[in-house]
Design a protein around this ligand. Structure first.
Ligand SMILES: Nc1ncnc2c1ncn2[C@@H]1O[C@H](COP(=O)(O)OP(=O)(O)OP(=O)(O)O)[C@@H](O)[C@H]1O
Ligand SMILES: [Mg+2]
Length: 470
């Protein structure tokens, strides 16, 4: 509202300047006309003589001290009264332009009231060349001040009316709808799942209407997603509980199946190893699922430790190297890594197990003759199945490569490799191993990638190594 008042006042000033120039010119032109009529009255008298009282009255009427008229190329001083001897400013109304009119008008406000001015001009519809009057500026200044005050009052009135109208319009068209939008956003963010908190579009066709529609569709998407996430979270929690109990039950089954292997029945001896393996896999699936559920909140507690013993520990757990599967560790004894020991153990255990499983699955069925044959053809020449683990520092990162010369990743597996339950293309696989590894590495602010290799699989883990070795 204040801005509108200011802008209207500014516009009024721009209008005021030319109009005050005009006002002054018209006022002076009126004086000239009155003076000329007085001069005509004098010229009509015999010998141009008029009584003193009449002369004074004529000059007072025209508000001038003296009147001179030029016609027939001669200037006649027709009326004159005693006047103070002061400096006189001369203005010729016949040749004035837009700017000089404005400047002369401004001068009236600045100069003192008793300034004497001599004004020349040609009254409309008269035969004389010019009429010249001598006058004091006071009455002109008075008239101009009252004119300016009138305009000021009018401007204030117009400003206030305009500002009020603009204010009301803006308020109705913009401020109120934006306020409602803000209010809705705030109440929605308090409880995004409540369908009643969504905005109800007003149906406007302008930008505000578009914003309302976009907000509604965003809110709808968001609340659907939230509802879905809540359902999934509940489901996950339920599965975790089921898993937990299932793992305990499977533990009991494992104990019983271990005993079974002591029974001397040939049929029992034949099926027990398969039973044990299945139960082992089931237990691993339960543990992995449980750990996946937990790992999101688990922050790594990092220390400096030697990498080689960790890898060796993993190999021991996996029973590597074993017949038909070689492992090469290109890691110096002194190589130190900065990270969470147990979490990184799980990462390398998953990666190396994947390689071993891939290589051994390729050799299936596992009778040694077929194995030799496959080795010969699949691993071109003398390359025996092998996993190579190597490490090298790169800037302030440690780059750890796990490379095998197995069958490589199926193309379909690459698409969702690091997503839980999606990446598995292995018989009996749950698709959690790489997802867990990726999450752990992300928690270390590192990176895990599956690089394109000519043959086999190449996984690269990069771990930032800020901090000094102990
Ligand atoms: N070294 C590898 N060589 C060939 N394929 C691999 C290799 N590593 C992973 N893969 C492929 O990627 C898939 C996903 O691996 P991931 O470890 O996530 O799951 P999984 O091994 O199937 O199950 P889990 O590890 O949970 O028991 C595997 O099923 C396999 O198809
Ligand atoms: Mg795996």
């Amino acid at each position: 509202m204040i801005l509108t008042i200011l802008f209207v006042m500014l516009a009024e000033i721009l209008i005021f300047l030319p109009s005050i120039g005009n006002f002054r010119r018209n006022w002076l032109a009126e004086r000239l006309s009155a003076a000329q009529i007085a001069a005509l009255a004098v010229e009509a008298a015999p010998n141009n003589k008029i009584p003193e009282t009449l002369r004074k009255e004529l000059l007072d009427q025209a508000q001038v001290y003296s009147v001179a008229v030029k016609h027939n190329n001669q200037r006649h001083l027709i009326l004159r009264s005693p006047m103070p001897a002061l400096k006189v400013d001369v203005y010729d109304l016949r040749n004035q332009n837009f700017f000089s009119l404005i400047w002369d008008a401004i001068k009236v406000y600045i100069q003192p009231e008793n300034t004497m001015i001599s004004v020349l001009g040609k009254p409309a519809m008269s035969k004389v060349e010019f009429v010249e009057v001598l006058m004091v500026q006071a009455p002109l200044k008075k008239a101009m001040i009252s004119f300016a005050l009138n305009i000021l009052g009018l401007s204030i009135l117009i400003s206030i009316i305009t500002a009020a109208l603009v204010y009301l319009t803006l308020n109705y068209l913009l401020v109120r709808p934006i306020g409602l939008l803000t209010e809705n956003m705030m109440s929605f963010s308090e409880n995004p799942e409540d369908p009643d908190k969504k905005i109800i579009p007003s149906g406007r066709s302008d930008e505000i209407g578009t914003v309302e529609n976009e907000l509604l569709s965003m809110q709808t998407d968001l609340s659907t997603m939230l509802a879905q996430k809540t359902r999934l979270a509940n489901l996950g929690a339920a599965i975790s509980k089921v898993n937990h109990d299932l793992r305990n039950m499977l533990g009991t089954a494992q104990l019983v199946s271990d005993r079974l292997s002591n029974v001397n029945d040939p049929t029992v001896q034949r099926v027990t190893p398969r039973l044990v393996r299945s139960i082992d896999r089931a237990i691993k699936l339960c543990s992995d699922t449980l750990q996946y559920g937990k790992s999101e909140t688990q922050a790594p507690s990092r220390t400096h430790f030697k990498l080689r013993p960790l890898i060796e520990e993993v190999m021991e757990e996996l029973g590597l190297p074993r017949r038909g599967l070689d492992v090469k560790i290109n890691i110096e004894d002194e190589a130190v890594v900065y990270g969470d020991h147990d979490l990184l153990y799980r990462v390398f255990s998953n990666l190396i197990r994947n390689s071993a499983q891939a290589i051994e699955a390729e050799d299936y069925p596992a009778d040694s003759a077929a194995k030799e044959k496959l080795n010969g053809s699949a691993h071109s020449g003398d390359q025996s199945p092998k996993v190579v683990i190597s490490v090298m520092p790169e800037g302030n990162k440690l780059v750890i490569d796990i490379i095998d010369n197995g069958p490589g990743l199926p193309a379909a597996a690459r698409a969702h490799l690091f997503e839980a339950f999606k990446g598995s293309y292995r018989k009996g696989g749950s698709g959690l191993g790489l997802a867990i590894a990726a999450e752990i590495i992300a928690a270390h602010k590192g990176q895990i990638d599956c690089l394109e290799g000519e043959k086999g699989a190449h996984f690269r883990v990069q771990l930032p190594q800020n901090g000094k070795a102990d």
